[in-house]
Design a protein around this ligand. Structure first.
Ligand code: 26Q
Length: 799
């Protein structure tokens, strides 16, 4: 949009004076943030309305992205950038004498997600608007987002994430005229109506009201505003008598109160099932309502609507869609099923079996009696169809939806949809040949890959201003709209002056982070050191512990020989552990105590520092990632579906230290073997161990004195101020045979780290590697990922 500084200042002051009744000089950063956000809302509203009207008029096909998590982080700066008014606003603030940075930092992160999956959903919302496709999000308006993490005496403590603060969410708009009702519990039986059609009669069910709150999703430079719809729950006035106690009312509010903080292991909690159904049903009802207004035949709903199932959390969608088409719209089974399968598509984000959702059949039936009946029918018809196709009965038994008294949500999503995708090449291959191989044999045409991506605008333009300016200076500003122009940087890869500028820009980012580290932890770090970063959720398969083993190895090296020739290192961690994940919490404690050990030992001469930054979140990532020299992507090969922080680090010039896992493989393909450091077993070697059952971690430990010394440090008093945590780690590694092969990969990890040390000594060479990483990171823009979803799965058109 077009906006002059004068107009902006006029609008801004108007709101400040008339609505907030304050003067600029007196306003706090939080008040200025509120005012600025409201000013922007005024700009957005007409575009938002126009977009809606146009979509209704043109009857375009719309994709609805259903996700139980959306993790956008802060939105102010992205919104300004995408509207094309970031510079004007900054200039205006300069004139007012207001510090833009302080104002943007007053915004609370919107953290309605755990990690990768939720962040990807938010990135896709931005890319859908940016590419101009009609794509809308559906999620939950959690009262509390992902917990706030404090570190107390080295332990993780969780606090509620009260993200509304006292002022609420400025970006949202409540849409009272779009409320729908959702029924749960009770009994259902079928009764014939006058025409002899069997219809469900509900008894004793509970009716919830789903109230939508819409959050605008602004496209970059195109004035497109899409919609992210977050559902909240309320008690319908008409049903007030059903909720006579405060207790009963509170139970309803609980449905949208919290985001489940566990992203790794699945627990069959009734409330979680209700959350999933609540948002799925509310979203699908709305879709059918608005489709019906178009007066088109319901049998063809898939020509106007795509429903995307982000992991299995909304995987009840095919069954709920069938319920709506059969019971509410009166379609015949065959027509309803055809439309459902063609409407639905599903992304799988994990191959860890402990994370796959399965619901106990009794629990499911109790909460969703009618949906349960429909699932039984889908299951029966599936069995009959497959038998008729001559599929091996054992394979049918493996792949059916209801077995061992459990409902397998992934199976429902695959059978009830036309597309199944993994999130990186290796991940999709693993789905085909291992996790979902029976389904792949049955429906090869449904399987496809969509490698994840990231929003280059947030991670490069916003998070790394100095690097962006340097790129502008070298190749012009074209890359800001067409990221593929970044490749032009390759022309400078042998230009010494340019390489030294890249080095300086990285040092600047490191200095910003060093200041923050000093302020937040008191630890002094030198920007001459290698900043070696691992930030992500804490999980055994991601192997933060392998990183810690290497740190202990360096510690012993330095104790033996304080003059060891090494480039100083700062190891930086950020990670939240699921509150009930005992092992992960022990690892956090140990990282913190190893930090205490090494940071306070003067004999190490500052060569080794360890920093754990608490409360890792999107806004902190924006500070940390541009400052990384080394990006640790060290999951056990085959376990990390894709990873997306790996792409962000690459884009801001860190060198990836990685296993051949997830998207690391595709990063390596882009940058070439010389511009990445790879170590460890590959997926085949890991799978060979599984097949042969021949891994013996105790043997590795006994044969390798370095490993012995490092592992023994956990139990011999080396690490101060720990209770049982050291012994737990020792047991996991030695007694429980080291499930993620840390000890097997240790030697090659150490060698890779030594290679990093050597490479960093040649500043020019390092800067060249860094430049190649930045220049080829265009590969991972989520704008392109969304283009692929839109064309290959959703069949969408732009205006
Ligand atoms: C399931 C049931 C009950 C409660 C919670 C959950 C749950 C919640 C979140 C299960 C999994 C998640 C999140 C998974 C996730 O973030 N996976 C990551 O997805 C990224 C985007 O595709 C990938 O890059 C990562 O590799 C993958 O780990």
């Amino acid at each position: 949009m077009e906006l002059t500084k004068e107009q902006f200042l006029h609008d801004f002051k108007d709101i400040l004076h008339e609505e907030q009744l304050i003067k600029v000089e007196d306003a706090t950063s939080a008040e200025l943030f509120q005012t600025l956000a409201r000013t922007i809302r005024k700009y957005i509203t007409p575009m938002w309305l126009e977009r809606r009207n146009k979509l209704v008029e043109d009857k375009q096909k719309i994709a609805y992205y259903f996700s139980i998590e959306f993790l956008p982080g802060r939105m102010l700066e992205t919104n300004l950038l995408n509207l094309g008014i970031l510079d004007v606003v900054k200039e205006g603030f300069d004139e007012l004498g207001v510090d833009f940075t302080a104002v943007k930092q007053a915004e609370y992160d919107m953290a309605l997600g755990n990690g990768g999956l939720g962040r990807l959903a938010a990135a896709f919302m931005d890319s859908l608007a940016t590419t101009g496709y009609p794509g809308f999000g559906n999620g939950i308006r959690y009262r509390y987002g992902l917990f706030k993490q404090k570190i107390v005496d080295g332990y993780q403590v969780e606090l509620p994430d009260d993200w509304f603060g006292s002022l609420g969410n400025v970006w949202e708009t409540r849409k009272d005229h779009d409320v729908v009702d959702v029924k749960i519990f009770g009994n259902v039986y079928l009764q014939a109506n006058k025409e002899g059609r069997m219809l469900p009669i509900y008894e004793n069910s509970q009716t919830l009201r789903a109230v939508p709150y819409d959050v605008p999703q602004i496209g970059f430079g195109n004035d497109v505003v899409n919609n992210l719809r977050l559902w909240d729950v309320e008690i319908p006035e008409e049903y007030e008598l059903d909720y006579p106690t405060i207790e009963a009312r509170r139970k309803v509010q609980d449905i949208t109160a919290i985001l489940y903080p566990d992203d790794s292991s699945y627990e069959g909690k009734e409330l979680r099932l209700i959350q999933e159904y609540f948002m799925t049903s509310a979203g699908l009802q709305t879709i059918i309502k608005s489709y019906r207004k178009q007066g088109l035949p319901l049998e063809q709903v898939h020509e106007k609507v795509s429903v995307h199932i982000n992991d299995t959390h909304p995987a009840v969608a095919p069954a709920e869609f069938m319920r709506l088409l059969l019971d509410d719209c009166g379609l015949e089974w065959a027509d309803a099923w055809n439309a459902t399968v063609q409407t639905m598509s599903y992304t799988n984000h994990t191959i860890l079996s402990e994370a796959l959702e399965r619901w106990d059949a009794e629990l499911f039936k109790n909460v969703l009696p009618r949906v349960y009946q429909i699932i039984l029918e889908i299951d029966n018809r599936y069995i009959a169809d497959m038998a008729a196709r001559g599929i091996d009965p054992q394979v049918i038994e493996h792949t059916r939806i209801v077995k061992d008294n459990q409902i397998h949500m992934a199976h429902l999503a695959i059978i009830g949809g036309h597309s199944v995708n993994g999130v990186a090449k290796l991940h999709t291959e693993l789905l085909k040949e291992d996790t979902l191989r029976d389904f792949y044999a049955i429906y090869p045409e449904k399987f496809n890959n969509k490698t994840n991506g990231i929003i280059q605008r947030r991670w490069l333009q916003i998070a790394d201003g100095p690097l962006s300016n340097e790129i502008d200076y070298l190749i012009g500003k074209g890359w800001r709209t067409n990221i593929h122009e970044l490749r032009k940087l390759l022309d400078y890869k042998n230009d010494q002056h340019v390489l030294s500028e890249f080095y300086n820009v990285k040092q600047e980012a490191k200095a910003r982070l060093a200041t923050f580290i000093k302020e937040s932890t008191g630890v002094e770090v030198s920007t001459e050191a290698i900043f070696d970063v691992q930030v992500k959720r804490l999980h055994a398969y991601k192997r933060q512990l392998l990183n810690l083993l290497h740190i202990l190895k360096l510690y012993w090296d330095l104790k033996d020989n304080p003059d060891k020739d090494m480039v100083p290192r700062v190891f930086i961690f950020g990670a939240k552990a699921a509150p009930g994940y005992h092992f992960a919490k022990s690892v956090i404690k140990l990282i913190n105590e190893v930090a205490n050990l090494v940071n306070n030992d003067e004999s190490l001469q500052g060569k080794l520092k360890v920093v754990f930054l608490e409360n890792y979140r999107v806004s902190l990532a924006e500070l940390i990632i541009p400052a990384a020299d080394v990006s640790e992507q060290i999951s056990l090969a085959s376990k990390e579906a894709s990873g997306t922080s790996n792409m962000k680090f690459m884009m801001t010039g860190a060198i990836t230290l990685a296993t051949l896992d997830g998207a690391n493989i595709e990063i390596k393909d882009e940058v070439g073997d010389d511009n990445i450091v790879i170590f460890g077993m590959n997926k085949n070697e890991v799978y060979d161990h599984y097949a042969r059952h021949d891994y013996d971690s105790r043997g590795v430990y006994e044969d390798n004195p370095v490993i012995r010394r490092v592992v023994d440090s956990f139990v011999n008093g080396t690490i101060p101020n720990v209770r049982n945590e050291g012994a737990e780690i020792y047991e996991a590694l030695i007694t429980h045979n080291d499930e993620y092969f840390l000890l097997e990969d240790f030697a090659s990890y150490v060698a890779a780290q030594e290679k990093i040390d050597q490479l960093y000594r040649d500043k020019e060479k390092w800067a060249r590697m860094s430049l190649v990483n930045i220049a080829t990171s265009d590969k991972f823009t989520s704008d392109d990922t969304i283009e692929q979803y839109a064309k290959e799965i959703w069949n969408l058109k732009k205006d």
